[in-house]
Design a protein around this ligand. Structure first.
Ligand SMILES: [Zn+2]
Length: 471
């Protein structure tokens, strides 16, 4: 039986009026209306909505309507380990944190994911992926815990069953204690798909298969994961080309650079999206574009770890799909996806000049680009009749933001404006800056509790991670 993840039924008809609409696909409407019926967008257009007795009306005066943002790379459990190893490279940071993460249990994951997804929803994110790759034995169902949190917050969720099987004794980076056996990974991944993956168009939960990275996963697990995902019709995700250390590791251990290695393993294609893709050659960019391989650009995390700046504007010019991601909370503390639009725009311009990325291109990365990464461009990522009613109203006409003449510029160039309304499938998830699906303050506290619990569990195992790493 295919699991269904249908959201609770939303009110029948909802009219949003007097709103500036940036549909991402199609022309902008400076003052228009959106009609939502059930979980879908029924119509949108200029001027007031037609009279519809019994409909709920929302006055969008002073607001910008955009599609809900789609986050295509995250590690929600890391909400519980933020602010550590503050001045470290990726490899130093990972080595400092692996042992702490090994102490997590399902309660930590659930609390971290509740706060992390609530935080994303509050800044207009309506769909999030989550890449979970540390599964200590005997600590409950960590994968299901994230899904429960997503159901509570009310956002669409694309959890990726991650894995690591290449510990230090096999030339990998993680300690042997946090890796799994290959057969256990494949069995658990198949189980996760059977239990949670809902392929229906309105789906609230879709599972992906996501071995962690070339430096923590064997070639065999990479190829067998790809075979499993393709047999089940689910997508593939992994970290790639994040740092120069990874480049060196791949050349040393596999005799080739990361994109060539993935190509050799059958890991490029329209069903694959890669996190980061920072260190690409011209040939790598062409390969990603030609194979339809997507990538999740995570500018804050790349900057926090000093990894570099992805060649996003060149990738877009070559026709490669790019979405955005916040990456794990422990490498981009308290980052919202809305803020990543600004980071992406500024970083591309710092590297290539002011024509490198426009406000509207940055909005497209965060919406339609993300939907393409997740294989949901037919249902999500733009405001069009027939698509799912995942809609955000940003207060770009508030007393301060209104000084910016163009609301899309106000959204992307500045810090994220306040959020008036977030709909997921027509259901209100955020209104006037507060979560409406679950007690707002309790969702935040769940994250702080998860942090305290993980710190205590790690200490019981004899591990602490410092704020600073001593070089
Ligand atoms: Zn990551």
């Amino acid at each position: 039986m295919t699991p269904t993840s249908e959201p609770p039924t939303p009110p029948t008809t909802l009219l949003i009026e007097n709103v500036h609409i940036a549909p991402v696909a199609g022309p902008e409407i400076p003052s228009g209306h959106i009609i939502v019926e059930g979980d879908r967008i029924a119509a949108l257009g200029p001027g007031p909505a037609p009279l519809t007795p019994g409909a709920r009306r929302v006055d969008g005066s002073g607001c910008l309507a955009t599609p809900g943002l789609v986050n295509t790379h995250h590690h929600l459990y890391q909400w519980a380990s933020q602010g550590l190893a503050q001045d470290a490279t990726l490899f130093e940071w990972l080595v400092a944190l692996y042992d702490v993460w090994a102490a997590m249990d399902a309660e930590v994951v659930r609390g971290a994911a509740t706060a992390g997804l609530g935080w994303l929803a509050l800044a207009g994110c309506t769909t999030s992926s989550d890449h979970h790759y540390v599964f200590p034995k005997g600590r409950g169902d960590l994968f299901a815990a994230g899904i429960e949190a997503a159901r509570e917050i009310g956002v669409r969720f694309h959890p990726a069953r991650g894995s690591m099987d290449r510990g230090r004794s096999h030339g990998g980076l993680p300690p042997d204690e946090v890796v799994e056996e290959l057969d256990d990974v494949l069995a658990a991944t198949a189980e996760a798909i059977d239990a949670h993956h809902d392929p229906s168009p309105s789906s609230m939960v879709r599972v992906a298969v996501a071995p962690c990275s070339p430096f923590s996963v064997s070639a065999r697990l990479m190829t067998e994961s790809a075979a499993l995902a393709r047999a089940r019709g689910v997508r593939l995700h992994t970290h790639l080309a994040e740092t120069l250390d990874e480049d060196e590791h791949c050349v040393e251990q596999f005799g080739m650079r990361p994109v060539d290695y993935m190509d050799k393993l059958g890991w490029l294609g329209p069903d694959v999206w890669l996190a980061h893709a920072v260190h690409l050659s011209d040939g790598d960019i062409v390969k990603l574009a030609r194979t339809g391989t997507g990538s999740a650009h995570c500018p804050s995390s790349n900057a926090r770890l000093g990894a570099g700046i992805a060649r996003v504007s060149e990738m877009l010019r070559q026709g490669a799909n790019v979405g955005l991601g916040v990456d794990g909370s422990a490498s981009s503390e308290l980052t919202s996806l809305a803020g990543e639009m600004r980071q992406a725009l500024l970083f591309q311009r710092a590297r290539y000049g002011p024509h490198a990325l426009s406000a509207r291109q940055a909005l497209e990365l965060a919406t339609l680009g993300g939907a393409r990464n997740l294989g949901r461009e037919a249902e999500l990522g733009s405001l069009e009749p027939g698509k799912l009613a995942d809609v955000v109203l940003w207060r770009t006409g508030g007393p301060f933001a209104a000084a910016v003449a163009d609301p899309v510029c106000a959204l992307v160039f500045g810090p994220p404006p306040p959020v008036a309304l977030v709909l997921v499938g027509g259901r209100t998830v955020v209104e006037d800056g507060e979560l409406r699906t679950t007690p707002h303050d309790a969702a935040g506290r769940a994250g702080a509790d998860a942090h305290r619990r993980l710190t205590r569990l790690a200490a019981e195992h004899g591990f602490t991670a410092a704020r600073e790493i001593h070089h």
